[in-house]
Write a protein that binds this ligand. Structure first.
Ligand SMILES: Cc1cc2nc3c(=O)[nH]c(=O)nc-3n(C[C@H](O)[C@H](O)[C@H](O)COP(=O)(O)OP(=O)(O)OC[C@H]3O[C@@H](n4cnc5c(N)ncnc54)[C@H](O)[C@@H]3O)c2cc1C
Length: 502
């Protein structure tokens, strides 16, 4: 590059860090502006009395995406992070007391399922084959490309057999019902819709790819806690010369009039600078927005430039309890799921009635089971997460404490009464997520995939209205979750470099 491109990245979440690293590795002068005092965004850390809690993500999937990002910076992931493959992936427990351990080893998974429910092992094998075709058809053309329409799958030469597996009808739950007679197995498959912030009863069958990616590539933990990913990425970015400004809230992306390259008589606008609440101004050739697309269009740009689809629904949110617990609990693994009695009702309450589920599915992650550094001796760090509605229907200021008590009561009914053993408790509600990260209605994953078209309506990585503006976040293509957000940063950085004319 003759003249280095000046890139300003708004947000030091994983999407912003991913884009910043890739741009800096190509010689760009990159500044990251982050309103919080540290990097990571939703990938964050809470420490209290010897307990360490990853406050957001607890599970790493698709580790090759992480390796690819380190490689783009000329680094090896294993020099910075120790990834531990978890086996079993997760212990699933049903209200009737039955359950199974999910394994990424197919013969073990089939054997475990066969013991759990006659025929379920073979059914899983068949389902996994279907999901593999859907994955093969979508990985390159969807996850790793700036897709804009379903026709792109055909243009990218995806074989018809794989396109068949990608068809969005029925819903993920409907697809599960085709493969599994046992309603408990349907609940298990449907759970993977929540990885994209969606309901299994509305999200397309294409999300079988989410299950496939976990079982084909494994479930991973980072020794020392997942927050290490954020510190490692920040360190690599700094090494490449990226400048960080923390406590720096962007208030406006300043625009200048420019001539559209294809239609010279048409004026369009291009980014010029980013201004902060404290009045500072950062000139920019390129702006990468890692802040939620909703924040971008509501706060940082004039309203008429809003490119979001009105049909997009916010992703599911989460109600989180971080509990320091005395003693060591037997019968639980690193990841555990306690399924609700009525899964459909749970999602109706969350998405249609916008209220916390009365009998939610409860996820319990105890990373100290694999990594004793996460809790004091003879104690455990319980990260309890339940699906929660986007903000707008619940006064969490009033509801948080009673809801936390309700969840502990439900766990007690399942045989895990820790109420007298909790030595420290921190709660994080959908309202906290919304305020802390400026995220659209507290959504964990940006927008939901609760419709067939959601994947194509999600904001693109390159703005079509503003020259030099790119989006790298869970609210942009290809969606939420750590690996997808890293890919979002990659697509945004690649587009910016391709478009750059010094
Ligand atoms: C409870 C929970 C559990 C999760 N579990 C998992 C999991 O197990 N596995 C997984 O892969 N994913 C999980 N996720 C999802 C994952 O955390 C997100 O998809 C991902 O971290 C989002 O990254 P991002 O870069 O898009 O956005 P964010 O992390 O939200 O980063 C955006 C950044 O922009 C900053 N910002 C916003 N506005 C401004 C402004 N005006 N000026 C300056 N800075 C600004 C914010 O402060 C923030 O730091 C979970 C999330 C949560 C909350």
């Amino acid at each position: 590059m003759s003249k280095p491109m000046r890139a300003v990245v708004i947000g030091a979440g994983v999407g912003g860090l991913s884009a910043a690293i890739r741009l800096a590795a190509k010689g760009c002068a990159v500044t990251v502006l982050e309103q919080l005092p540290n990097a990571g965004g939703k990938l964050n850390l809470l420490e209290d009395r010897g307990f360490r809690f990853d406050t957001g993500p607890s599970l790493v999937t698709l580790p090759w995406v992480f390796e690819d990002l380190f490689a783009a910076a000329g680094e090896k992931l294993s020099d910075h992070l120790e990834l531990i493959r978890l086996e079993p992936i997760c212990r699933y427990v049903y209200p009737d007391g039955t359950g199974f351990d999910a394994s990424a080893d197919l013969p073990t998974m089939m054997a475990n399922l066969e013991t759990f429910s006659s025929g379920a092992g073979e059914d899983f094998n068949a389902f996994f084959g279907h999901a593999a075709r859907a994955w093969r058809g979508s990985r390159q053309p969807f996850l790793e490309s700036a897709i804009s329409s379903p026709l792109d799958f055909v243009k990218n030469g995806v074989p018809w057999a794989d396109i068949g597996a990608l068809l969005p009808f029925p819903t993920l739950h409907g697809l599960a019902a085709r493969f599994f007679d046992d309603s408990r197995m349907q609940q298990f498959v449907g759970r993977y819709a929540t990885y994209t912030g969606s309901s299994p009863y509305r999200a397309p069958a294409t999300l079988s790819t989410v299950l496939y990616s976990e079982y084909a590539y494994g479930a991973w933990y980072v020794k020392g806690g997942l927050y290490r990913i954020a510190t490692a990425l920040e360190g690599i970015a700094r090494k490449l010369g990226v400048q960080f400004e923390f406590g720096a809230t962007a208030t406006k992306i300043q625009l200048e009039d420019t001539t559209a390259p294809i239609m010279p008589d048409r004026k369009q606008q291009a980014v010029e600078a980013v201004t902060l609440t404290d009045g500072r101004r950062f000139p920019a050739d390129v702006v990468i927005c890692n802040a939620d697309a909703a924040t971008l269009y509501a706060d940082l740009l004039p309203k008429h430039l809003d490119e979001r689809s009105k049909r997009l629904e916010p992703s599911i949110s989460g109600f989180v309890m971080m509990l320091g617990v005395a003693g060591e609990t037997s019968g639980l693994e690193h990841h555990n799921i306690f399924f609700s009695h009525d899964y459909k009702k749970e999602f109706v309450q969350i998405f249609d009635e916008l209220r916390p589920a009365t009998d939610p599915t409860i996820y319990v992650c105890i990373s100290s089971k694999s990594d004793p550094s996460q809790a004091p001796p003879a104690h455990e760090n319980w990260f309890v997460l339940v699906n929660a509605p986007p903000t707008g229907g619940t006064d969490w200021g009033k509801e948080a404490e009673p809801y936390a008590a309700r969840i502990l009561e439900l766990l007690a009914h399942r045989g895990y009464d820790i109420r007298s053993k909790v030595v420290t408790q921190h709660l994080m509600t959908p309202s906290d997520l919304e305020t802390r990260y400026k995220t659209f209605r507290g959504g964990i994953y940006g927008t939901s995939s609760n419709s067939v078209s959601a994947a194509f309506l999600r904001p693109k990585n390159r703005s079509s209205r503003v020259e030099g503006l790119y989006l790298a976040s869970g609210s942009a293509h290809p969606g939420g979750g750590l690996p997808l957000v890293m890919l979002s940063g990659k697509l945004a950085a690649e587009a910016a470099i391709k478009d750059w004319k010094p």
